[in-house]
Structure formats: structure tokens, C-alpha cells
Design a protein around this ligand. Structure first.
Ligand code: TTP
Ligand code: MG
Length: 398
């Protein structure tokens, strides 16, 4: 770690459970221990692999691969459905343990979080904390978690990945450059297939190739992203831990210029709000488990109605639930001066590509439409596209 005199240093711990869904299945059914367990659905299903045990990985099976392909690679594998309710509960238990070590924790997904240990008033040695987390997760929850420790987020995550499974690794500043040097550029944070190809086309295969570039070269080619990649290649990462991901709800409401009773119009407004809120959730890779509507009558009496749901971020699902809540509680007789929709009980989405695993085909095509619309809006602006039913008078919405 940097010298104690460096007031800027941080101790960041990155924790990520090993083969999470599959490990929970193996824990709860000892007959599955040591076997190639593949979670994602029946071999006849058209879904994809959610995750698989390390035993199955040795056959080349991996997340997001079609189940049929996984079956060809590992015909004697044990194929199990996704039990999301159980994994969410275990995830909550794991995060409860992690939260005991620092108030500054950022959950990245269902099985992964950063802890800022430097933020504790009397921090124990990071190594001691890291080892204790591993021990407790094993003893109390029967699961194996990989822990990486370093002085920034990128290196802490890399540390936990490099030593998986059951990993424990610290990356010290003096070893950073040499450790990064031989690794492929795809190891840099944010480098997916597309950026990987661009970098390869520029003749950059390893992180060392980027380290050797003169400062500014990659920035000239790729703009700000080039600058960030060059910094990451040298182990520089200024991002801080953002515990505000813990935000518990997200809402939108409107006070009407004149009181209204038009139920069809209220439905349209709900659809609009749902689209906007869900888009934000998807951008933050979050889902909501509670949908709440708020109604204020012309005499200022205010009511709220909520429903707990399977965590989701789909425009259509949220709209249907909110419209149902409205229809149950509002007959159109009394004039309304305010309508609100909020999504609560926010939590990180389970995984990037798990969609097709545990949802119906209709859910999936809705999700795909949502994602496609997000991409178009990202490129052409917020009003570039919407579901046909959402096209309503914009003036009142403003
Ligand atoms: P990961 O942490 O990426 O994977 P993992 O925990 O299964 O394995 P590793 O030891 O490499 O960390 O994801 C956590 C869970 O999220 C995983 O168990 C299942 C789910 N998931 C999906 O449903 N689909 C996906 O494409 C990925 C990557 C994960
Ligand atoms: Mg994991």
C-alpha cells in the first residue's frame, strides 16, 4: 500500500462470490458437490447459462452460453433452473456481513461489492478484514468468496479476479506496472469486445503495449476514453466508492395545472412515468421490488397505494401494476390535483444477461424492446422513440 504519509490513499476491498448461483445449489444439495452444475434451465429450454460450477467450466461452459451448447460440451452436467428468490436472500445475507466492516460499500451486482476500508474511523489492517470476511462467509453461509485488495477500484477488482476461485490477493503499488504488463487489454475496466477490437487494430494487444505509448497518443485516437485507458494501464483509477447506489426509491409526480378526472389520461401519464423511471433503473442496473402510486384530490387529501412485486425494471410490467393500483383506488368521480409514481426497494439486477433464463418469452421480448429503445434514446435523444401507447400530449407532462 502507499506510504502512510500519503493522505490520499485508500484501502479498497473487492468481494465477489464464486460461481454464485451454482455454489448456492451445491451448498443446499451436497450430492451436487464436486459435480458440473449448470444453472439456467432445462436442456430443452432455449435459454442461456446463468452460471455454472467451476467443475463445469473445465468443459468450456460459461455464463450467457446457450443451454443447448452447454449440454453438447458437458452432456453429463446437472442442469438446474434459476431460483432467483433464494439467491436474492443469500445475497442479502452476504451484504449484511460486508456492511459490518464499513459504512462505505458499493454493491455492483447481486454477488459483488466494493468496500472502502479507509473510511472506517479505526480501520483494522485490510488484510485482516479481507481474511475475516472470507472466513465468516464460509462459516456462516457455507459459501466461497474471492477477495481482492488494493489502492483503487480497478486493481481491487482485478486482484479478486486473478485469484479466483476462493481467492485472496493484494496488489501493492510497487508491483502494479509489472503485474499489468503481460495481461491482455481486455482486462482493463470497461474494455468489451468492441473496444478490444479497436485496441487490437491499433496494434495494442497487452496492457504493456498501452503502458509504452507516449502520454496523449491514445487520447488523440480515442478521445477521453483513450486517456482513461492509458491511466488504467498504469494502475491509475480515480473513481471513488459510491454508496449512494443504496438509494431506496425513485419517483416522478405531476401537479396538474387544472384538476382532472380523465382516467384514460391518468393511465397514459402512468405509462410515461414508468418508462422514464424504468429507463433510469436500467441505466443504473437496478430493479424495483415495490411500485407505489400517489393521488392527491382537489381538497388536498392524499393517498398512496403500493404493491410488492418480483424485482423488475420493465416499462410494461411497472405500467400494468401501477394502472391496476390506480383502477382499484380511483373511480374518476373526485377531481385530482396530483398524480405520482414511485419505485422502491431498489436492488442491483441479478446479472447482465440472465433475462431469458427465468422469464417468459413475452417478458423477454419486452425487455429487448426496452433495451433497444434505451439504445436509440442514448444516440438520438430522449424523445426519439417511445411505445406507441406512450405518445401523449407532452405539454401537460411538463
Ligand atoms: P458473476 O460474479 O459474474 O459470476 P459467478 O459468481 O457465477 O462466477 P465467478 O466465480 O466468476 O464470480 O455473476 C454472479 C451471478 O450473476 C452468477 O452466479 C449468475 C448471475 N449471472 C447471470 O445470470 N448471467 C450472466 O451472464 C452473468 C455473468 C451472471
Ligand atoms: Mg461471482
Amino acid at each position: 500500500m502507499p506510504a502512510d504519509s500519503d493522505t490520499n490513499y485508500k484501502f479498497i476491498i473487492h468481494c465477489d462470490l464464486d460461481a454464485f448461483f451454482a455454489s448456492v445449489e451445491q451448498r443446499d444439495n451436497p450430492a451436487l458437490k464436486g459435480k458440473p452444475v449448470i444453472v439456467g434451465g432445462d436442456i430443452r429450454s432455449r435459454g442461456v447459462v446463468s452460471t455454472c460450477s467451476y467443475e463445469a467450466r473445465s468443459y468450456g461452459v460459461k455464463s450467457a452460453m446457450p443451454i443447448a451448447r452447454a449440454h453438447r460440451l458437458c452432456p453429463h452436467g446437472i442442469f438446474l433452473p434459476v431460483n432467483m428468490k433464494l439467491y436474492r436472500e443469500v445475497s442479502r445475507q452476504v451484504f449484511a456481513i460486508l456492511a459490518e466492516y464499513t459504512p462505505v460499500m458499493e454493491k455492483m451486482s447481486i454477488d459483488e461489492a466494493f468496500l472502502d476500508i479507509g473510511a472506517c474511523s479505526a480501520p483494522d489492517s485490510p488484510e485482516h478484514i479481507g481474511r475475516e470476511i472470507k472466513k465468516r462467509v464460509r462459516a456462516e453461509l457455507g459459501l466461497s468468496i474471492s477477495v481482492g485488495i488494493s489502492y483503487n477500484k480497478f486493481l481491487a477488482k482485478l486482484a479478486s479476479e486473478l485469484d479466483k476461485p476462493d481467492g485472496f490477493r493484494i496488489i501493492y503499488p510497487e508491483e502494479t506496472l509489472a503485474l499489468l504488463r503481460p495481461l491482455p487489454v481486455s482486462r482493463l475496466w470497461g474494455v468489451g469486445d468492441k473496444t478490444n477490437r479497436i485496441l487490437n487494430d491499433l496494434g495494442l494487444q497487452t496492457i504493456g503495449d498501452i503502458q509504452d505509448l507516449p502520454p496523449g497518443w491514445l487520447e488523440e485516437k480515442l478521445g477521453h476514453a483513450g486517456r482513461l485507458l492509458w491511466e488504467l494501464a498504469r494502475g491509475i483509477d480515480h473513481r471513488t466508492i459510491e454508496p449512494d447506489r443504496e438509494r431506496k426509491s425513485l419517483g416522478r409526480e405531476i401537479t396538474f395545472p387544472v384538476d382532472i378526472t380523465d382516467i384514460a389520461y391518468l393511465h397514459k401519464l402512468i405509462e410515461n412515468f414508468a418508462a422514464e423511471l424504468c429507463r433510469q433503473l436500467r441505466r443504473e442496473k437496478m430493479e424495483a421490488a415495490t411500485v407505489t402510486i400517489k393521488l392527491r384530490y382537489s381538497d388536498f387529501k392524499t393517498i398512496t397505494r403500493s404493491q410488492t412485486v418480483t424485482p423488475c425494471n420493465s416499462d410494461l410490467t411497472v405500467t400494468q401494476i401501477a394502472v391496476h393500483l390506480l383502477d382499484k383506488s380511483y373511480s374518476g368521480k373526485r377531481a385530482l390535483r396530483l398524480l405520482g409514481l414511485s419505485l422502491g426497494n431498489l436492488m442491483p439486477t441479478a446479472g447482465i444477461e440472465q433475462g431469458s433464463l427465468f422469464e417468459s418469452q413475452a417478458d423477454n421480448s419486452n425487455k429487448n424492446i426496452d433495451i433497444l429503445m434505451d439504445q436509440i434514446r442514448e444516440r438520438f435523444g430522449k424523445d426519439a422513440i417511445g411505445r406507441a401507447s406512450l405518445l401523449i400530449k407532452k405539454d401537460i407532462d411538463k
